[in-house]
Design a protein around this ligand. Structure first.
Ligand SMILES: Cc1cc2nc3c(=O)[nH]c(=O)nc-3n(C[C@H](O)[C@H](O)[C@H](O)COP(=O)(O)OP(=O)(O)OC[C@H]3O[C@@H](n4cnc5c(N)ncnc54)[C@H](O)[C@@H]3O)c2cc1C
Length: 409
């Protein structure tokens, strides 16, 4: 009997899961409700995604070589994007999701995965298999589909997780505007992406200005406590950017939720959750694209190995491997988010610490290449000394936040 897997959601996690399943000879069908509008996203992707998934560089709008960190008081730290061993491949890729997701989805189809334009409505799982009920987005009719297993790659609100009876995850909200700028204005962001810290733009995460081919994407992230203030925070960011946006033409405003916690369980009988559906977004950076692709790949590999016996116990191998591989990094990034974005004085310390070459190397090794090795003790001592000095400076002397000078709340 031919075994078949249903992948719900054909964005980054779903498309990579489908590509992987097809590569292992598994019949695969993707169910995707939205084939027109792009997923709202800053579109910053590490080079590891391009090398590990063999992606062509024509998907990249710009290769960012510097990150400009701006603290609540306006202190700036320009950080070169480089790991411990600098290479020509040190960059952060800026992509547009309408281009990136389309490429992955088409690759999955070229490798033989079917794509149904439909919305998942119901799911029943029994010893005999999986039955999904969906509404066709082409003719509006309800239909059913049978499969041996399902991968829920359907994002932060994951209908698959809901239909499995799981609770919602705590969510942050991110809102972004895309603005076309005259060339002379874009020059400022030629090879630089900005990150802004401050209570008026993002009390517990950060705000950004990410350059795309011919426009800038500016946005803010806000944790669950501040999600209802997202529009105000974005308008404050525009005030903070001031003349940099002059002459800009509004293109688009887009918003979506981001999970703030990974799910305790990501594999069940005949079902796995990946990407945002599993809560696999890195704290501190809000980075989810690489993790969605990576989890889609690992879940698909695990499932392909157990299709004859897709029990929860077998499929939980996926979870075990995931946390063995990435548990340390997730825990570190969660701690860093709480430490670095905890309040405005900490945000000042965080911005200062980004000047430390050891911190820069560790940050970019873990971001670009997803490697996290413990730093040698001498490096740890140097960083600790600098952190203590920066803490002392910022707690003894309060810097006036930009928001006070601009009269922003
Ligand atoms: C504003 C914003 C900025 C961000 N910036 C960055 C960034 O710069 N870099 C980064 O790495 N990450 C960023 N992220 C996070 C990143 O977008 C996500 O982590 C990533 O898209 C997760 O991929 P995914 O495939 O798991 O889910 P998604 O990309 O959310 O895809 C889920 C798919 O499931 C489909 N779906 C949902 N319900 C159904 C249904 N009932 N039936 C069928 N299909 C369904 C959806 O249409 C969608 O295509 C950002 C997020 C936001 C909101």
């Amino acid at each position: 009997m031919t075994q078949r897997v249903l992948v719900v959601g054909a964005s980054v996690a779903g498309a990579v899961a489908a590509i992987t399943l097809r590569g292992l000879g598994v019949e695969t069908v993707m169910l995707e409700k939205e084939l027109v509008r792009a997923k709202p996203c800053g579109g910053a992707v590490p080079p590891a995604a391009f090398t590990e998934f063999d992606l062509p560089h024509h998907l990249i709008d710009r290769k960012v070589k510097y990150c400009l960190m701006v603290s609540p008081s306006g202190q700036e730290t320009r950080v070169p994007v480089a790991g411990s061993v600098p290479t020509d491949d040190d960059y952060v890729a800026m992509v547009r999701r309408e281009v990136f997701d389309g490429f992955l989805r088409e690759r999955a189809q070229r490798r033989g995965a079917d794509l149904i334009h439909g919305q998942l409505l119901g799911l029943s799982i029994s010893a005999a298999g999986v039955t999904a009920r969906y509404r066709s987005m082409i003719n509006g009719q309800e239909q059913t589909l049978k499969a041996d297993a399902v991968i829920g790659a359907d994002g932060c609100y994951s209908p698959t997780a809901r239909l499995l009876g799981l609770p919602h995850l705590p969510r942050a909200v991110a809102i972004q505007e895309r603005i076309a700028l005259p060339e002379r204005q874009m020059a400022r962001w030629e090879d630089t992406a900005d990150l802004y810290l401050g209570a008026e733009v993002s009390p517990d995460l950060y705000a950004w200005a990410f350059p795309k081919c011919d426009h800038i994407a500016i946005g803010i992230g806000a944790g669950p406590r501040y999600a209802n203030q997202a529009k105000r925070l974005l308008s404050n960011l525009k005030v903070r950017l001031g003349s940099a946006l002059e002459g800009g033409r509004f293109l688009l405003r887009e918003a979506h939720a981001l999970p703030m916690e990974p799910r305790k369980q990501m594999a069940f009988e005949r079902a796995l959750l990946v990407g945002d559906a599993a809560g696999l977004v890195a704290h501190t950076s809000g980075e989810g694209i690489y993790w969605a692709m990576k989890s889609g790949q690992l879940a698909a590999q695990t499932l392909a190995g157990f299709l004859d016996a897709p029990t929860a116990a077998n499929l939980r191998t996926y979870e075990r491997i995931w946390w063995q591989e990435y548990g340390l990094m997730y825990n570190f990034l969660r701690w860093l988010q709480r430490w670095g974005y905890g309040n405005e004085r900490q945000m000042e310390v965080f911005t200062e610490m980004c000047r430390n070459p050891d911190v820069q190397r560790l940050t970019f090794d873990s971001y670009m290449y997803k490697q996290m090795a413990p730093a040698p003790w001498l490096v740890q001592m140097r960083m600790t000394k600098d952190i203590i000095a920066a803490q002392a400076r910022n707690y003894l002397h309060r810097r006036t936040p930009v928001r006070e000078r601009l009269g922003l709340e």
